[in-house]
Design a protein around this ligand. Structure first.
Ligand code: IMP
Length: 426
């Protein structure tokens, strides 16, 4: 029986997963999203077009490939309907190319209001949520109150919706902050979007996956966010609400750990983070400005500027380990060309002690990264299409990453376009 390959982010999200999924998609029959929701923003650039996908898997633009949204995802019908409208000119018969698990939980308008109220009431301690209603929707899921896509197929779904809405409105009153909203407007938009959502086939998600495997389909599970935003293993509490690690592919798709095949981990050649939370290798100097500017480091979902810093090998080794990464993709290497110096942190110093392990809490004042320096490279990498053509100093940087993580770099991205990809072929 075939196995499910997994592709996921090894940092704090925004590593460029969408581009790699789109690039690798021709080798697969099915691309499946397994967690997260419209907090994600997967950017795809090809043939002069640019699309940002929030909910729909990144295989949607490749003919003959099926796309699947698994039970681990939370879906906002309003965002989904807008996304569908944007891609409808480029994708024919989307109802034949996309399936949604009945177990997907829906984000209601009141989930978004609760997210805003919860985040605002935290004041300085806010986590920098994308405010898409992710946390409250997953809270209802684990609280056994959630509203699932499959519920829309029942006769009394509006009653269930009303019940949950009433609970949310009641909860909203308990926050110190006041959130302005127009419920009739929000509901009109929501109910219209629900009708659009219902035009896509809902399926028994676990059967869909197990049958696809039995039929010998080649499946790629596409992660959203990144390992360090994982609810269990990330930099809690500055994390998202889902399981962003390889284990999330099992629970979010309904497959066994033994049904996981290759795990491809995506990392930028440096590090970025959007929102609050610890970031030991963060830079506040000209290098940060250079990376942000040249790398166009602004959130694909919120437009917020991303914080930038050096590659953090302690965090990367940790991510490689807990995901069982078997291949690495190195993104945005072209952005680092022309920097006067290049560094990566190989360990942390905590109270004078050097550690190569990820501490329980990264958010501690007396933690300092231990850096190693690399010879910089000036060559423009954006036109390079073969490994052999990379400048020697960049090759040494790749080799350092491979030796330090024990994993081979199989793909290097040298620009946003599908074409700007240097692939080892396996
Ligand atoms: P939430 O998932 O929207 O509640 O956001 C929780 C934290 O995860 C915040 O720090 C967000 O900035 C971060 N986050 C959520 N989704 C993404 C993403 O797709 N890329 C990068 N950061 C994200």
């Amino acid at each position: 029986m075939n196995k499910v390959d997994v592709l996921l982010g090894l940092q704090w999200g925004d590593e460029g997963k969408g581009k790699v999924v789109d690039f690798l998609a021709p080798g697969y029959d099915v691309i499946a999203r397994f967690q997260g929701g419209p907090n994600a923003g997967h950017t795809l650039v090809f043939e002069g077009n640019k699309f940002v996908l929030h909910t729909i898997p990144s295989g949607i633009f490749r003919k003959g490939i099926h796309n699947f949204i698994g039970q681990g995802v939370v879906l906002d019908p309003v965002v989904f309907a807008k996304e569908l409208a944007l891609i409808s000119n480029s994708v024919e018969r989307i109802d034949k190319r996309l399936h949604i698990a009945k177990g997907v939980h829906l984000i209601l308008p009141t989930h978004r209001l609760l997210d805003a109220a919860s985040e605002t009431s935290k004041g300085k301690a806010k986590i920098g949520s994308t405010l898409k209603g992710i946390g409250p929707a997953y809270m209802d899921k684990t609280g056994r109150n959630g509203f699932r896509a499959g519920d829309l197929l029942t006769a009394d779904w509006k009653e269930k919706y009303e019940q949950l809405k009433r609970k949310h409105l009641h909860l909203l009153q308990n926050f110190d902050v006041k959130i302005d909203f127009n419920m009739p407007e929000l509901e009109e938009e929501f109910f219209d979007a629900v009708e659009v959502l219902k035009s896509i086939p809902f399926v028994n998600g676990v059967s869909y996956m197990q049958n696809a495997l039995k039929e010998g389909k080649r499946i790629l599970a596409e992660g959203a966010q990144g390992t360090l935003l994982d609810i269990n293993s990330g930099t809690y509490p500055f994390v998202t609400s889902s399981t962003t690690t390889a284990a999330g592919a099992c629970i979010g798709l309904g497959i066994a750990p033994s049904q996981i095949g290759e795990v491809t981990g995506i990392t930028k050649a440096y590090t970025t983070r959007v929102g609050s939370g610890p970031f030991p290798t963060e830079l506040f100097d000209d290098t940060a400005a250079y990376l942000a500017e040249k790398g166009n480091e602004y959130g694909a979902t919120t437009g917020r500027p991303r914080r930038c810093g050096w590659l953090d090998m302690t965090a990367l080794r940790y991510a490689v380990k807990i995901n069982g990464v078997s291949k690495l993709c190195l993104m945005k290497a072209d952005v680092m060309s022309g920097l006067p110096e290049i560094k990566a942190a190989t360990a942390y110093e905590i109270d004078g002690q050097i550690t190569e392990d990820m501490p329980f809490d990264l958010n501690i004042k007396n933690l300092k990264p231990v850096y190693t320096s690399f010879e910089p490279w000036n060559e423009d990498l954006s036109r390079i299409r073969k490994f052999e053509d990379f400048p020697p100093s960049f090759v040494r940087y790749i080799q350092f990453i491979e030796q330090n993580t024990g994993v081979r770099v199989s793909l290097v991205s040298t620009g946003p376009d599908r074409e700007q990809t240097v692939f080892s072929g396996s």
